[in-house]
Design a protein around this ligand. Structure first.
Ligand code: CTP
Ligand code: CA
Length: 233
């Protein structure tokens, strides 16, 4: 009926989206962080809102203000981000993991500042692996028999071993999500910039889609691709 025609390609859809970079506390004054600005995630949230979706925006550290019009959930660490996503996934039609999640966290959080004493080892911080949230969300979806469309992101650099897209394809396979938005990063590329260049890979084997432009243009393309994947079901 006209409800679905009115508000754009994602009218009535509920998007659960994570953005920004997690911060893993070392002691009261230090953390392990990353260079994610949250700009691309915020742009996708805005594009999804324009397309008629409702958006729950799970925000790790952002360099930009969170977009207006979302339901905002603030988190700091990967474990908090995981809990926030797991708690809300059942109510979502689409899950987008654009957050930069720390792969490791300090094994313990020191409750007082670590001092530069001569009697402590050179590297006093032991790391443990964080949960892979994207993989867990895919597994839970499959176990629950629900239908969320799950979208991952990958920041890749090519090296002697393989090029960016080969790494992207391997990652799509490993994660099990429907779509993977791959971008090529380096110290002077992408992070914090307003321009982006990505390739959208799909599990269904459809042609890789290259998109270059502003983060808003990339977001628009990702949202169109999500709407197309939902329509194809
Ligand atoms: N991701 C996640 N949980 C993690 C690490 C990553 O959910 N602990 C998600 C990211 O949000 C992103 C996707 O997985 O959507 C790919 O992240 P990336 O760091 O590129 O993949 P990793 O599996 O961590 O592989 P690596 O860093 O070794 O390339
Ligand atoms: Ca990683």
């Amino acid at each position: 009926d006209d409800q679905t025609d009115d508000g754009g390609p994602l009218a009535g859809k509920r998007i659960l989206l994570s953005a920004g970079g997690t911060r893993e506390p070392i002691d009261p004054v230090r953390f392990l962080g990353n260079r994610s600005s949250g700009k691309q995630g915020a742009a996708i949230a805005r594009a999804a809102l324009r397309a008629g979706a409702s958006v729950t925006f799970v925000a790790a550290h952002l360099d930009v203000p969170p977009p207006a019009g979302v339901e905002l959930v603030k988190v700091e660490t990967a474990v908090e981000l995981r809990d926030a996503m797991v708690e809300r996934v059942a109510a979502a039609d689409v899950v987008v993991m654009s957050a930069a999640v720390a792969d490791f966290r300090p094994a313990r959080r020191h409750h007082s500042k670590i001092k530069k004493r001569d009697d402590v080892p050179d590297a006093p911080i032991e790391l443990v692996r964080n949960p892979d949230i994207l993989v867990e969300l895919v597994r839970r979806r499959d176990a629950a028999g629900t239908q969320q469309l799950i979208v991952g992101f990958a920041a890749e650099t090519g090296d002697n071993g393989a090029d960016v897209l080969a790494y992207g394809r391997a990652k799509l396979e490993r994660k099990g999500c429907e779509l993977l938005v791959v971008n090529e990063v380096g110290t002077d590329r992408v992070f914090g910039l307003d321009e982006n260049s990505v390739t959208i890979l799909a599990k269904d084997g459809s042609q890789p889609q290259h998109v270059a432009g502003s983060k808003d243009e990339v977001a628009e393309a990702v949202v169109v691709r999500i709407a197309r994947a939902l329509d194809a079901r």
